[in-house]
Ligand binder design. Structure first.
Ligand code: UGA
Length: 428
């Protein structure tokens, strides 16, 4: 029979909230603590502050069934069997992870949870943090990193590729293991340091793949090859795999940039020259320049044409489709560069409705409004609905029907038929 645990979750961000809702779905009883009283108030009404498919339903069901509760009081964790730390670890000084929220939670926990409670770290934390936390709390601490993609977090939690549990203590490992009873996935039992590093190494490897394909796309353009055919061929090799081989405006979001920085910092501290990763980060920054150069060439017809006063319409602002997240979005970084050169920018994104900080971009709520009088459209996020836009109508509305498709989302032939001059990445 499955063991039902009383679980505390500290932090109601996308990792904490998804973990809380999914563990409740697996039959455990969850108390989720967050310091943000307004957020907790909304969560009690099953109002979810982030866009994550399936999450509102799971939270609503578990609240109604009494298996999930939200509070601002850490004291509510007094009787839990296991507590999951799901706190943000943003970039701090010199690229290292800022552990201030994490450390504060540790201090609070030390005086709160019972002696038998097992502490599990889900946050992405530098190698050695579990060991340090164990010393601070005077008990074993488990490293159990998550591999949840934003926009697919519920699916990824309930259908994981793997579950890694890094523990030195047998009982702590068994309790952490029992959290996932009912999930069918390979389990890796490691020491805490290996589990911590496995998380960074995975995200950094994904970043490497995308940087590789972004540079490959430029080479394709120079050599007259088509990147889709090249990566299509590569991806069928099981050793390479087809995922993460789509060129784009660069990798962004709340995880890959911060985790590559933190891993590079850890490598430097350890005296390891992680050249290939450092180059992937450099290539990612260069990708922004490549996109700006491509837009300039497309709309002015010249490598040194001026963008001053040029009206450009941006399709997509989030760092990827299926999310409302603008953190470290390459689309916004590109927008900032175009604006710095004097371009007038309007932007449309199906995930961005409220007044977010969009810099110089004027947000409009219809794609036709970004096309109106534009000298060019720049597609930056791969929202599938952009394929279904009325492209002939957009061509009519634009001053010049030019589109730079930074996600290779559109069919060049269809766009040409609609009246557009089409530019993709790595497509001849
Ligand atoms: C990433 C990892 O994929 C998750 O496994 C991990 O758990 C998560 O970080 C985390 O550390 O919490 P996420 O940040 O949601 O997930 O974003 P990804 O789906 O990995 O995309 C990252 C970036 O790469 C995006 O900007 C995306 O547009 C870009 N990308 C991805 C490409 O440009 N091309 C591709 O082929 C794939």
């Amino acid at each position: 029979m499955r063991e039902r645990l009383r679980v505390g979750v500290v932090g109601a961000g996308y990792v904490g909230l998804t973990s809380a809702a999914c563990l409740a779905e697996l039959g455990h009883t969850i108390t989720c603590v967050d310091v943000d009283a307004e957020k907790v108030g909304r969560l009690r009404e099953a109002e979810i502050p982030i866009h994550e498919p399936g999450l509102p339903e799971l939270v609503g069901n578990s609240l109604a069934a009494g298996r999930l509760a939200f509070t601002t009081e850490h004291a509510a964790l007094r009787d839990v069997d296991v507590v999951l730390l799901c706190l943000p670890t943003p970039t701090g000084q010199a690229g290292t992870a800022d552990l201030s929220a994490f450390d504060l939670a540790l201090t609070t926990l030390r005086d709160t949870v019972s002696p038998h409670c097992v502490v599990v770290i889900k946050s992405t934390v530098p190698v050695g943090t579990a060991e340090r936390a164990a010393a601070a709390l005077g008990r074993p601490v488990v490293s159990n990193p998550e591999f949840l993609r934003e926009g697919h977090a519920v699916h990824d939690f309930l259908h994981p590729d793997r579950i890694v549990i890094g523990a030195c203590d047998e009982r702590a490992r068994e309790v952490a293991d029992a959290l996932y009873d009912g999930l069918d996935a390979p389990r890796l039992h490691t020491d805490p340091a290996s589990a911590e590093l496995a998380k960074y190494a995975s995200n950094a490897f994904l970043a490497l793949k995308v940087s590789y394909v972004n540079e490959l796309a430029e080479l394709c353009e120079r050599l007259g090859a088509d990147v889709t055919d090249v990566t299509g061929t590569m991806g069928l090799d099981e050793r390479i795999g087809s995922a993460f081989l789509s060129p784009g405006p660069g990798w962004g979001g709340s995880c890959l940039p911060k985790d590559t920085r933190a891993l590079l910092h850890a490598a430097a501290e350890a005296g390891v020259d992680f050249t290939v990763l450092a180059d992937a980060v450099t290539a990612n920054a260069r990708q922004l320049d490549r996109v700006v150069a491509k837009v300039r060439q497309a709309v002015t017809g010249s490598d040194d044409g001026s963008l001053s006063g040029v009206r450009l319409g941006l399709l997509g602002l989030t760092f990827k489709a299926g999310t409302d997240d603008l953190r470290e979005s390459p689309a916004l970084a590109i927008a900032a560069r175009l604006a710095a050169e004097g371009a007038q920018l309007t932007g449309y994104d199906p995930g961005v409705r409220r007044a977010a900080d969009l810099g110089e971009v004027q947000l409009v709520d219809e794609p036709s409004l970004v096309a109106k009088d534009a000298a060019g459209l720049v597609l930056l996020t791969e929202w599938p609905e952009f394929r279904e836009l009325d492209w002939p109508q957009l061509a009519q509305l634009a001053e010049r029907a030019t589109v730079v498709d930074c996600r290779n989302l559109l069919e060049p032939g269809e766009l040409a038929q609609a009246g557009f001059t089409y530019f993709g990445l790595g497509r001849c």
